[in-house]
Structure formats: structure tokens, C-alpha cells
Design a protein around this ligand. Sequence first.
Ligand code: SAM
Length: 187
Amino acid sequence: MLRVVLIFLLAATAPAPAGERLTVPTPQAAVDRMVELAEIQPGDKIYDLGCGDGRIVITAAQRHGVEAVGVDIDPEQVSRSRENAKRGGVEKLVTIVEGDIYQTDFRDADVVFLYLQPDLLRGLIPQLRRMKPGSRIVAFDFGIDGAKPAVVERGAFGERQHCTIYKYDVPWVDDAGTTWDLFTPSP
Ligand SMILES: C[S@@+](CC[C@H](N)C(=O)[O-])C[C@H]1O[C@@H](n2cnc3c(N)ncnc32)[C@H](O)[C@@H]1O
């Protein structure tokens, strides 16, 4: 049993080897809850960094009629997302960008959704720290190192028994009580 737990922990925290990106989608029940937690307002701009099949941006656009951008590096996921947005009737609201999240400027985001391995999340921190005050980050399964979530929800969502959703309000307060805002120098 201990061995199984250790293997799981290693898999969850070790950087994915190049070409082995995690492509598991967020269960739709968790997507629904994440979109609720994001407290999306009319006129908000939404991003999903590493959007997979587009389910999060599509759900946000369908529920709230907001502009939503999904970014993915994998061309197959990009075409799947575009098809899904069309099928879901929100292709006018949803833009799917084929590209690298580390080269993406999302400073105009009101909400950023994330489902990325811990090492990928860590690399994104300098960009996340530049998000505007009042914006929100909602992450699935993995939290952001050093940032204190405003909400943590654990539970079963759809087919997945043990999931965690983290919601962060920007500016964030880290574990040392430091406020991270637009004017805090990057680490
Ligand atoms: C675990 S999936 C999550 C998909 C979707 N956000 C969801 O929650 O269902 C992570 C996605 O991030 C994408 N990804 C990983 N690294 C990336 C990078 N550097 N730039 C853009 N996309 C990336 C992968 O191709 C994959 O589709």
C-alpha cells in the first residue's frame, strides 16, 4: 500500500518528461463547480491555460456569455476544442489559441483556470503574479506553490473520487503573509 502511495506521489510531483504532458480532462462535474467558484461577472475575460478539449472555456461561455480563451500547445487538442466550441454554439465567444502558455500574455484576464502538473504551475508563477487585482485563479488537482487559496474544496466529482479545487483571489497572500500584487517584484 505504502509503495502505491509513494508511486502516486512521485507521479504527481515529478516533472513530466518532454512529450509526456498530462492530458486528462477535468471531470465535467468539477468544471461546473470551478466555473461557479470563479464568480464570473458580465464582461469578464476568461482563460484556460492548457485548455485540452476546451470544456472549461466552453462551459464558462455557455453559462455566462463571456469571452473565453483557451490555449494549448497540442494541435490535436486545439482542433478538438474548436470543434467542441462550434458544437456547443459558442464559437463566437470562445477563441482557441495554439501556443505555449509561457509565451501567452494573459494580463487582461479576470479569471484563469488551470489544470497543470506542479512543475508546470511553478513555471507560470511569474506570469500569474502579474494578474490584475480582483482577478481570480481556479485550479484543479494541484495548487500553486506559496500561494494561499481563498477556497479549497475536496471531494468526488463525476468519475473521480478524490479531487481538489483551489480558488485564489488576486492579490494573493502567501504563507509568509506577503501580499503578491502587481507591484511586488517577481521572485
Ligand atoms: C491536464 S490537461 C487539462 C485540460 C483542461 N484544462 C481541463 O481541465 O480539462 C493539461 C493540458 O495542458 C496542455 N499543456 C501542457 N503544457 C503546455 C504548454 N506549455 N503550453 C500550452 N499547453 C500546455 C496539454 O496539452 C493538456 O491539454
